[in-house]
Design a protein around this ligand. Structure first.
Ligand SMILES: [Zn+2]
Length: 454
């Protein structure tokens, strides 16, 4: 309403200034303020006052915690579904809103007009160009990078989870599943820009990410064909300057029932990848990013078609408190089976391109999820206090032999050995640059998920 008032014309703004506004303001604002102002307050010394206020504050926090704890599951899903309630119940909201309007304005004024460049010294050490297409030793690169949603590492069958939630991937060869990977943040809006930024988890600032160039910008400038297909809320500003395709609606996505499915993002894949032999077009280094709906909660039961409802019974409401814990987990695990199917389809889609390209698939989730441990649900807790369930994410790489990625068991840095090392979202930007043969001082000596040998 404040923004409405400021942005509209004078006539309409005056429409908001009805006489009743001033009567209310007088009766409910000025009169009580005058009465309170006249109350004589017994002055305490600052030591006494500090002590008294600290005790009151502490007791209030304890009281709030005691009241909230038994209903953690209800509150988590309720406030997530009805975010606006947090403002309605809080009498401070109008004051907070005025301050926020002011600080937003200042932040907007301070924001640089131009992007802060990164990777300005980027060079391609491996150059693939049209003149050496006859040289079969040099193939262009093709990577599909799947940005996962809300999947925690310990519910992945490949990682030793008691349930085989990844039956299809288990049957694929050349699969590497990292056992100890941590995310940058605990929410999509925080993690996704961080994953593709030049910052690492410690230096990353979510507020400035939108005006800093990211690794997709560098790849694009270096001639890599970059396409972002999105079946999530958005690319969170990461794909603003590369090709972006929205698969959230049936306009592009052919697989929509109660919602549009991730598998629809593979529709017309061949159009993104020019196959040298079949289409008489020059193959080009290509990076395709697929941003999944994945395991987005709390309505896990909506995240997969019926065929994937392996584990029963399933919690069929987004009010997690109405369900027993096991049925919440069942829905969550069923959704992972759908991601297993999706990733398996990505791999099968990529296989025919192996002769013309050096192909690889990388899957990394943006953050994990709490599923009722200590009565904590969903995600988004501050990193320092978030449980591992929200921070440990799956990293799964499909890397067929002969694609230039070292998968031998000899080198310490090979894929086969790296899967047991601690890795993180910080590895993504250097890995992408390295795979496409691009070097820059900004990522010099930064660790990567694998080494490229040619
Ligand atoms: Zn997310």
């Amino acid at each position: 309403m404040l923004i409405n008032g400021l942005q509209t014309d004078q006539a309409e703004a005056m429409g908001l200034m009805a006489p009743s506004l001033f009567i209310r303001l007088f009766l409910l604002g000025i009169v009580p303020a005058f009465m309170i102002g006249n109350i004589r307050i017994k002055r305490l010394s600052w030591q006494q006052a500090t002590l008294q206020k600290s005790v009151t504050l502490l007791l209030s926090i304890v009281l709030i915690a005691v009241c909230l704890m038994p209903f953690g599951d209800q509150y988590a899903s309720f406030f997530r579904q009805h975010k606006i309630v947090r403002s309605y119940v809080n009498p401070i909201t109008p004051v907070y809103s005025v301050i926020k309007l002011g600080t937003d304005y200042i932040a907007e004024r301070r924001r640089p007009d131009t992007l802060i460049p990164h990777g300005t010294d980027a060079k391609r050490s491996i150059t693939f160009n049209t003149s050496n297409t006859s040289n079969s030793a040099v193939k262009p690169k093709l990577m599909v990078f799947v940005v996962g949603e809300t999947v925690r590492a310990d519910h992945i069958g490949l990682n030793g989870y008691a349930r085989n939630t990844t039956p299809l991937l288990s049957k694929q060869s050349n699969i590497y599943s990292f056992k100890d990977a941590s995310s940058c943040g605990t929410s999509t809006a925080y993690s996704v820009p961080c994953m593709f930024s030049y910052a690492n988890r410690r230096t990353y600032n979510p507020d400035s990410a939108s005006y800093n160039e990211n690794v997709l910008d560098t790849l694009h400038k270096q001639g890599v064909n970059v396409v972002w297909r999105d079946n999530n809320s958005s690319a969170k500003g990461v794909a603003d300057r590369v090709t972006f395709e929205d698969y959230k609606t049936a306009v592009l996505n052919p697989d929509c029932d109660i919602e549009c499915r991730d598998i629809g993002m593979l529709d017309g894949f061949y159009k993104l990848v020019k196959s040298g032999s079949s289409q008489k077009e020059t193959p080009k280094d290509t990076l395709i990013l697929l941003h999944q709906m994945g395991n987005h909660g709390p309505a896990y039961f909506k995240r997969y078609p019926k065929d994937f409802a392996e584990y029963q019974p399933v919690c069929m409401t987004n009010e997690l408190s109405k369900c027993d814990n096991q049925s919440v987990i069942n829905g969550y695990d069923n959704a992972i089976r759908y991601t297993d199917y999706f990733l398996n389809s990505v791999i099968d889609t990529l296989k025919p391109y192996e002769q013309d390209y050096e192909v690889v698939m990388v899957y990394i989730s943006d953050h994990g999820e709490s599923l009722g441990e200590n009565n904590i649900y969903l995600h988004g807790l501050p990193y320092a206090i978030a449980p591992n369930a929200q921070k440990h994410v799956p990293v799964i790489i499909w890397s067929p032999t002969g694609n230039g990625i070292d998968s031998s068991t000899i080198a310490n840095s090979s894929l086969a050995n790296m899967i047991d090392q601690p890795v993180s979202h910080d590895f993504i930007t250097p890995t992408l640059l390295q795979f496409f043969g691009i070097t820059t001082d900004e990522t010099k000596a930064a660790p990567t998920f694998f080494k490229v040998t040619n």
